[in-house]
Design a binder for this molecule. Structure first.
Ligand SMILES: N[C@@H](CCC(=O)N[C@@H](CSC=O)C(=O)NCC(=O)O)C(=O)O
Length: 275
């Protein structure tokens, strides 16, 4: 592991690390914010999954999350959104390939050799974080758009592993919208049965753990009706009796201005569950 960035921030440290990922078979970067309390004791971790086109940088430079993490004594970890590098498959489009890993384990060539973001987020990254930083095994997860999809899927598939889950503007039903159909066909193949393991609306129907979900969605989001479709999550939650707080936020779009406006409430929500 190599430290490639460090900044003092709200009395703690914002760091960026580079490491060799065995799961992804490439070098990866992730950001970690260590609040001031981390100098005294081990702390819980909130994992943040970013959206299409993002790296580990977008969340740490745009969301304003560090102030709230310092207040609540929560470590923030934000990985990159895909494997990267010259030897890693890519596509010219912004919504496939590098920067668009969709938090799945790809089964199809040419993606399957590196694109295993699901295993990276669920297993390899937490193992690394809990071994190298003053972190304990209390975990929560959140994310935005493609990362909101990732956060919901990871939480729903791993009962007992996360204390809380939330999302901003998530792609709730990737099997039913263009972003998800394109990515899942490429990464997972044409058999839609295989897609269900990575679709929050599908997973929620049979989720063994009723982990309450907090979702914020701007009603002026340019992707609301074409790609996000939060009403599908609401309907599935009602049928399954799954606790969901879906808040439609008037006037907000898909940007980090929206995330910055509500990230404090999400971190407070996670901090309460992590206590
Ligand atoms: N380039 C595309 C859309 C790119 C975009 O809006 N990316 C979002 C996430 S969208 C879903 O995962 C994002 O977080 N961008 C980074 C940022 O810092 O804002 C287009 O222009 O349509």
């Amino acid at each position: 592991m190599e430290l490639i960035e460090q900044h003092t921030c709200f009395g703690g440290r914002q760091e960026v690390w580079r490491h060799r990922s065995g799961v992804l078979d490439c070098e990866m970067r992730f950001a970690v914010y260590l609040p001031p309390q981390a100098r005294q004791r081990r702390l819980p971790v909130l994992y943040w999954l970013s959206g299409l086109t993002c790296s580990e940088q977008n969340f740490i430079t745009k969301a304003g999350a560090q102030r709230h993490a310092a207040e609540h004594g929560v470590i923030l970890v934000a990985p990159d959104t895909s494997p990267r590098g010259d030897g890693v498959a890519n596509d010219e489009a912004y919504d496939l390939g590098q920067g668009a890993g969709f938090y799945v384990n790809a089964t199809q060539a040419p993606w399957s050799s590196h694109f295993r973001m699901y295993d990276y987020v669920v297993d390899e990254l937490p193992r690394l974080v809990e071994a190298h930083f003053p972190a304990d095994d209390r975990r929560s997860i959140s994310g935005h758009s493609m990362g909101g999809h990732g956060a919901l899927v990871v939480a729903l598939r791993n009962p007992g592993r996360y204390r809380s889950a939330s999302a901003f503007s998530p792609i709730v039903a990737p099997s039913q919208v263009a972003w998800g159909e394109k990515a899942f066909a490429a990464y997972l193949g044409d058999d839609r049965e295989a897609w269900k393991a990575y679709d929050a609306v599908e997973l929620l129907r049979t989720a063994p753990e009723k982990l309450p979900l907090l979702v914020d969605q701007g009603d002026a989001d340019e992707f609301l009706e074409s790609q996000l479709r939060p009403e599908l999550l609401r309907a599935a939650a009602e049928v399954a009796g799954h606790p969901l707080q879906l808040r439609m936020q008037p006037g907000y779009d898909h940007s980090y201005y929206f995330i910055g406006s509500f990230i404090g409430e999400h971190i407070a929500h996670h901090a309460a569950a992590l206590r």
